[in-house]
Write a protein that binds this ligand. Sequence first.
Ligand code: ATP
Ligand SMILES: Nc1ccn([C@@H]2O[C@H](COP(=O)(O)O)[C@@H](O)[C@H]2O)c(=O)n1
Length: 213
Amino acid sequence: MIIAVDGPAASGKGTLSRRLASLYGLKHLDTGALYRGVAWLMLKRDLDPRDADQATEVARNFDPEALGSAELRTPTVGRGASLVAVHEGVRSALFDFQRNFGLTPPGAVLDGRDIGTVIFPDATVKFFITASPEERARRRYEELRVQDPSVTYESTLEELRRRDERDQSRAEAPLKPAADAEIIDTSKLTPDEVLARASRLVDNALRDFAKQG
Ligand SMILES: Nc1ncnc2c1ncn2[C@@H]1O[C@H](COP(=O)(O)OP(=O)(O)OP(=O)(O)O)[C@@H](O)[C@H]1O
Ligand SMILES: Nc1ccn([C@@H]2O[C@H](COP(=O)(O)O)[C@@H](O)[C@H]2O)c(=O)n1
C-alpha cells in the first residue's frame, strides 16, 4: 500500500504521515528532506542552489549522510531546498529513490509536494493537507524560535508565502492537489482529528481492496 501525502510547508503533512505509517505498519519517507539534503550539500560546498547543472550533479551523487545533518530544518536550508527543487535534473535524479522506497515491502507513506501527482499517481490513497498561511507560520514560528530567539513571526510568514509561491508556480511538478486527493484543512483540527479523518479514508480503501479480492 502507498499513501501519498502532499501539501504546503508546515501544514502538518509530516505529523500525519508518521502517524499513518505507525498505524498501518508502513515505512515513512519525508521527501522534503531529500531536497533539503541537496541544498545543504550545495551550501556547505559554497555552490549556488540556483545553478541547475551543479544542483543536478549533487542530486545524482546524493550522499544520504546529508539526511542526518542538524542544519536540515533551518530556514536557510528550507529556502535552498525550494530553489534546487525547481530544476528538472534534480527532480529526475531523486525520482527512482522515492519510487524504490515506496515499492519495497511493506509499502510506505510518502509526504512531499508531488507524491500524488508525479511520484505515485497510482497511490492507494492520496491526501492534500493544507492550512491557512497564518496558522502554518504560527506553527513553524513556534518550532524555530526554540532554536533561534531572533526569528520573528512576521519573517516566518513572509518566507512561507515566498516558498508557497515558488513551489506552486514552478514548471516542474508544481505543488497542487492531485485530482483524486482528499483535501484536509488542518487550520482548526488537532493532530488526532486529522488522523481520525484520514484513517477513515484509508480503512475504506482497504475494505474496497479486500472486496475486490
Ligand atoms: N493539526 C495540527 N494542529 C496544530 N499543530 C500541528 C498540527 N499538525 C502539525 N502541527 C505542528 O505544526 C508543525 C509543522 O507540522 P509538520 O512538520 O507535520 O508539517 P509539514 O507539513 O510536514 O512541514 P514541512 O513541509 O515544512 O516539513 C509541527 O510543530 C507540528 O507539531
Ligand atoms: N516532494 C517534494 C518535497 C519537497 N520539495 C521541495 O523541498 C522544499 C522543502 O520541503 P519541506 O517539506 O521539507 O518543507 C519545499 O519547499 C519544496 O520546494 C519538493 O519540491 N517536492
